[in-house]
Design a protein around this ligand. Structure first.
Ligand code: T3D
Length: 264
């Protein structure tokens, strides 16, 4: 196996991206970011890719920012510009994850901490192994949740639980994360990747453009009054209604045959 910090594999219509620094629990370095964004961009640009699965090598999913990475160490030993690291890496990463033209599944195989937890939570589906856990580790090092954490957490679990998780920095086991509604599903460790691929293949056969527009509408709706959300629904349906996939979906239904969706 390659020792590149990000591995990319293609299985039919599913693109598999593996964070690959297992000795440091796949924590993010500049070198890893330099491969991760292009891997997501390439999946987004490739029309043959209809779903993405992201996982981690070894016993962890991702422990967030590598706290020993060069970006965190200044030459004179002064304070690093943490904001610059966020602007350079985590903001574009979060926006990319949330605007992928195909569904993204995080297969969380072990601990997901700090930006690693929120990177996973940006996915459309978060499947976690029963032994996995989620830690908003930021408060323990004097930071606030980043990589979209302040936006995601209250939307996913409500203010009380969001604040509790973010302020305490406590480890949330996968089963509890499922009960909280933080993630889609917790599965037995041995079943994680098969479950992720089965879901990815199912999603790959669905209308990708409608799925991406569903994500966009839900994300936007949180900040909209009902009237504007209804307008957004109408505008989105108008556009989708002109597309191939809508015609194909209706025709396949009426013809009692499986649809073949192609819009992206
Ligand atoms: O620039 C910026 O900082 C802005 C961006 C911030 C985004 C962030 O993500 S801030 C949050 C950063 N992450 C953390 O604070 C988490 C730190 N890690 C931990 O708290 C623990 O490692 C875990 C709870 C995640 C797992 O604990 P455990 O006991 O299962 O494993 P471990 O022994 O702590 O870690 C295993 C190895 O991975 C260990 O290395 P060693 O001793 O075997 O050589 C450990 O140092 C390394 N490792 C784990 N997390 C990080 C890391 N190395 C560098 N950076 C890490 N974040």
């Amino acid at each position: 196996m390659s020792d590149a910090p990000v591995l990319v594999d293609t299985r039919g219509a599913v693109r598999l991206i593996t964070l690959n620094r297992p000795a440091a629990l796949n924590s993010f370095t500049g070198a890893m970011h330099a491969l991760l964004m292009p891997a997501l961009e390439a999946a987004a640009a490739d029309a043959s890719v209809r779903a993405v699965v992201i996982t981690g090598a070894g016993r962890g999913f991702c422990a967030g920012q590598d706290l020993t990475d060069a970006a965190m160490v200044t030459e004179g030993g002064g304070a690093p510009d943490v904001g610059a690291v966020i602007e350079r890496h985590y903001r574009p990463l979060a926006l990319r994850m949330r605007s992928m033209p195909v569904p993204v599944i995080a297969a969380v195989n072990g601990v997901a901490a700090g930006a690693g937890a929120n990177f996973a939570l940006l996915a459309d589906f978060v499947l976690a192994a029963r032994s996995a856990s989620f830690i908003q580790a930021f408060s323990k090092i004097g930071l606030v949740p980043d990589c979209g954490g302040t936006w995601l957490l209250p939307r996913l679990v409500g203010r009380a639980r969001a604040l509790g998780l973010a302020m305490s920095g406590d480890k949330l086991p996968a089963e509890e994360a499922e009960r909280f509604g933080l993630i889609w599903r917790c599965v037995d460790d041995a079943a994680l990747m098969d479950t992720a691929f089965a879901l990815a293949e199912r999603l790959a056969a669905m209308p990708a453009k409608a799925l991406a527009e569903t994500r966009r509408a839900l994300d936007l709706s949180a900040g909209l009054p009902l009237e504007d959300a209804l307008r957004l629904e109408a505008d989105t349906q108008r556009e989708l209604g002109r597309g191939h996939d809508f015609a194909e979906g209706v025709s396949a239904f009426l013809g009692k045959r499986p649809p073949v969706f192609t819009d992206r």
